[in-house]
Design a protein. Structure first.
Length: 145
C-alpha cells in the first residue's frame, strides 16, 4: 500500500512538496511569475510526474527482467512523449516510450519481451493508464564491445 503526502508551500505560490511512502521528497507545481522570491523554486510539472512514474515503473521491470534473463545490461535510457487533449482537463491521449538499451550481446527478442511484460503485465502505472491513453513503445539496442 502506498501512503504519500503533499503540502502546499503557502499563500501566493503554486508549489507543493510531496513525500512518497519511503520519505523521499519531490517539489512539484509552478511559481508566480511576478514574485521574484519564488524565482529560485523550480518544480516538476504535475502531469510530467505521471510520465516520469510510467518510465520509472517500466524501467524498473525491464532492468529486473533482463537481469533474470542473464542479459548484460549496462545502461538504460527512456524518453517519453505524451500527447494531451487540447481542452481541459488536458488528459493524456497517447503516450510513447522509447527505450535505449545498452549492453553486451543483448538479445533483441529478450529486450522486446521484457518491455512487453512490463507494459502489459507488471507495471502498475501502465495498468492504471491503459484504457485512458494509448500506450506505445519502441526500443533500440546500443552494443558495447
Amino acid at each position: 500500500m502506498s501512503n504519500i503526502a503533499l503540502k502546499w508551500t503557502g499563500q501566493g505560490s503554486q508549489m507543493f512538496v510531496g513525500r512518497d511512502s519511503y520519505g523521499h521528497i519531490i517539489v512539484s507545481g509552478s511559481w508566480p511569475q511576478n514574485d521574484e522570491t519564488w524565482q529560485e523554486w523550480k518544480g516538476v510539472k504535475p502531469s510530467d510526474l505521471l510520465l516520469l512514474s510510467l518510465a520509472s515503473c517500466s524501467s524498473y521491470d525491464v532492468v529486473l527482467i533482463l537481469s533474470r534473463q542473464r542479459q548484460q545490461l549496462t545502461n538504460l535510457f527512456v524518453s517519453v512523449d505524451g500527447q494531451q487533449a487540447a481542452e481541459a482537463p488536458y488528459q493524456f491521449t497517447e503516450i510513447h516510450q522509447h527505450y535505449t538499451v545498452e549492453g553486451v550481446n543483448l538479445d533483441p527478442e529478450k529486450v522486446a519481451r521484457a518491455i512487453q511484460l512490463s507494459e502489459e503485465k507488471y507495471c502498475s502505472v501502465a495498468a492504471t493508464i491503459r484504457g485512458v491513453a494509448k500506450l506505445t513503445h519502441s526500443f533500440e539496442i546500443v552494443t558495447e564491445s
